[in-house]
Design a protein around this ligand. Structure first.
Ligand SMILES: Nc1ncnc2c1ncn2[C@@H]1O[C@H](COP(=O)(O)OP(=O)(O)O)[C@@H](O)[C@H]1O
Ligand SMILES: [Mg+2]
Length: 309
C-alpha cells in the first residue's frame, strides 16, 4: 500500500536576509507514515515541527531531501499532493472578505469540488459552526476561528489531515468536541498527522509517535512501544519510621529517599531490579514497610528523558 508520507533526508536551513546568518531547522528527517495512522509529531518549541509541515504544505521551500505524500512527489506533482492533504496551520490566518459559509464554498471551488459534491453544511455542522455561518470570521472567538480553519482544511475531503498545534489556546470543551470529530474521521480512514505539545492529548489520541528535537527525529515508534521501552515504573516503599541510614542490602538498587525520610523510591533499570529482592533486603535490615505502590511513567516522563538526553 502507498504510504501516506515518505520523507527522506529532509533538510531546511533558513537564512536571514538581514544578517545573512544561517539556522538549520531540519537536519535530515526520515519519516514514513502509514495510511490510516493517527500519528503524533512531538517536540519542544523550535524543534522543527512547523517547518516540516509547512514544507509539505508548500509554504516553505526545502533546502534538500525528498517528500512523497500519498505517493505524490512534492517536486514533481505538487498539485496532486495538495489535493491529498488538508492542512490546519499553527498560525491563524483568516480571510476577512467572506462570511464563514462563503469561505468554505470559496475553498471548495479552489480545489475544484463541484457544487453538487460540496459538503459545506455537513462540515459546518460537524464543527458546530452552523449558527455562525453568516458571520464574518473577524467576529469569531479564537476557538471558533480555529474551528473554521479545520473546516477549511476539510472541504475537499482529503485523505490526509495535518494539524499543527490545533488546540493551542482552545478551551477544554471545544478540544473534546474537536477530538471527537477528528477521531471519527480517523476511524473512517483519514490519516491524521498531529503536532502538539499537549502530551496528554498525544498519549490519548495517537497510535504512533515521533519525537523531534533540534531538527532530528530522536524516537519513532508505536505509542505502546515507547511507553514500554522508555517508560520505567517507579517502585515506592513507605515505612512506619523515618530512616536514618539506607540499609546496605538495598544500596545496589539506587534508592532515592524522600525529604520526609520515610519513603524510598526505586526506578528500575532494564528489569534488573526485582521487587522481591528489594523487599527481602529491607526485611533483612529490620525496617518496617507500611505500603508498597508503583508509579506509571507517562509520555511526559519519556519526552523529558529523551529531549533532555
Ligand atoms: N521563517 C524563518 N526564518 C528563520 N528561522 C526560522 C523561520 N521559521 C522558523 N525558524 C527557526 O527554525 C526553527 C524551527 O522552528 P519551527 O519549525 O517553527 O519549530 P516548532 O514548530 O517545532 O516550534 C526555530 O529555531 C525557528 O526559530
Ligand atoms: Mg510550530
Amino acid at each position: 500500500m502507498t504510504l501516506a508520507f515518505e520523507i527522506s533526508n529532509l533538510k531546511k536551513t533558513y537564512r536571514s536576509k538581514i544578517t545573512n546568518q544561517q539556522k538549520t531547522a531540519l537536519g535530515g528527517i526520515n519519516l514514513d507514515i502509514e495510511q490510516g495512522s493517527f500519528f503524533g509529531l512531538l517536540g519542544p518549541n523550535g524543534a522543527g515541527k512547523s517547518t516540516m509541515i509547512n514544507i509539505i504544505a508548500g509554504l516553505v521551500i526545502k533546502t534538500s531531501g525528498r517528500v512523497l505524500v500519498n505517493g505524490f512527489d512534492l517536486d514533481n506533482d505538487p498539485i496532486n499532493l495538495k489535493k491529498s492533504i488538508g492542512i490546519v496551520p499553527q498560525e491563524v490566518v483568516i480571510d476577512p472578505f467572506f462570511n464563514v459559509r462563503q469561505c468554505l464554498e470559496y475553498y471548495a471551488g479552489y480545489f475544484g469540488v463541484r457544487k453538487k459534491d460540496r459538503r459545506t453544511d455537513e462540515i459546518l455542522n460537524a464543527l458546530n459552526l452552523t449558527d455562525k455561518a453568516d458571520f464574518n470570521p473577524r467576529r469569531l472567538s479564537g476557538g471558533m476561528k480555529r474551528r473554521l480553519l479545520i473546516a477549511k482544511a476539510l472541504v475537499h475531503n482529503p485523505q490526509i489531515l495535518i494539524l499543527d498545534e490545533p488546540t493551542a489556546g482552545v478551551d477544554v470543551e471545544l478540544r473534546t468536541q474537536l477530538w471527537d470529530y477528528v477521531k471519527e474521521l480517523n476511524r473512517k480512514g483519514t490519516t491524521i498527522l498531529l503536532t502538539t505539545h499537549y502530551l496528554e492529548e498525544a498519549q490519548e489520541l495517537c497510535d504512533k509517535i515521533a519525537i523531534i528535537n533540534h531538527g532530528k527525529i530522536i524516537a519513532n515508534d508505536t505509542k505502546n512501544n515507547l511507553l514500554k521501552n522508555f517508560g520505567t515504573k517507579n517502585i515506592v516503599l513507605e515505612f512506619s519510621d523515618k530512616i536514618s541510614q539506607i540499609p546496605s542490602q538495598i544500596l545496589n538498587f539506587d534508592p532515592q529517599i524522600s525529604e520526609s525520610g520515610n519513603i524510598i523510591k526505586f526506578t528500575p533499570k532494564n528489569d534488573t531490579h526485582n521487587i522481591g529482592e528489594i523487599v527481602a533486603g529491607i526485611q533483612a535490615s529490620g525496617l518496617n514497610i507500611t505500603n508498597i505502590s508503583t508509579e506509571e511513567a507517562d509520555l511526559e516522563d519519556i519526552f523529558k528523558k529523551l529531549v533532555s538526553g
